[in-house]
Write a protein that binds this ligand. Structure first.
Ligand code: ADP
Ligand code: ZN
Length: 206
């Protein structure tokens, strides 16, 4: 099963991707997570993408496509993949179609007006990579899953969020039409609670 998760920033892609990969035993490939790891470890790639990522813009296509191809060539992707955050524009989608096309594209549909609140209240675990909202956790400093320190992602601030939403609307949302034309798109309502969104996804995946 080769799955793409599509959705605006803050739509809950990462959270749902983790649930899907656990249930269906697929590798969770998050380009955002790969870039963040590289920035944290100050690798040459991390140094290259830090500025553009902090500003809320997309990392260069050639770089991103190369990273994904490389990752998809690994042994654990033989049985499929769960791509989270890739493709993010038409160039990337076409490159993926040539390399290892998806079977299904799940579009998490969320009210664009709710995104800013979701992202600005987001806290990310420094260890297990879990993602939580301050509205739903008691202690906003400690991961409710593993007890490690929660951090605020550098691009999770009101200003950068607006840029990320722009990027999504201009570059990523055309992928909805692209995959609809291929008969691969399934939309789920992302304005619900985590478990309810996941139930819809499970229904779609069958
Ligand atoms: P979110 O979905 O909440 O915006 P991600 O972790 O998916 O978070 O992405 C964070 C940032 O990483 C993006 O704003 C962008 O700078 C970079 N990034 C992630 N995936 C891609 C991609 N496929 N192409 C280019 N840049 C990407
Ligand atoms: Zn944790």
């Amino acid at each position: 099963m080769k799955i793409i998760l599509l959705g605006a920033p803050g739509s809950g892609k990462g959270t749902q991707a983790s649930l899907i990969t656990e249930k269906y035993n697929l590798p969770h490939i998050s380009t955002g997570e790969i870039f963040r790891e590289n920035i944290k470890n100050q690798t040459p790639l991390g140094v290259k993408v830090k500025e553009v990522m902090d500003s809320g813009n997309l990392c260069p296509d050639d770089l991103t496509i190369e990273i994904v191809k490389d990752r998809l060539s690994k042994e654990d992707c033989k049985g499929g993949y769960m791509l989270d955050g890739f493709p993010r524009n038409l160039t990337q989608a076409k490159a993926l179609d040539e390399f290892l096309a998806p079977d299904i594209v799940i579009n998490i549909d969320v009210d664009i007006k709710k995104i800013e609140h979701r992202i600005v209240g987001r806290r990310s675990c420094s260890k297990c990579k879990g993602s939580f909202h301050t509205d739903f956790i008691g202690n906003t400093e400690i991961c409710p899953d593993c007890g490690a320190k929660l951090v605020i992602r550098k691009d999770d601030n009101a200003q950068t969020v607006r840029e990320r939403i722009n990027v999504y609307q201009n570059q990523t949302s055309p992928l909805i039409d692209y995959y609809t034309a291929q008969n691969k798109l399934c939309s789920v309502n992302g304005n619900q609670e985590i478990d309810d969104v996941f139930s819809e996804i499970v229904k779609v995946l069958g």
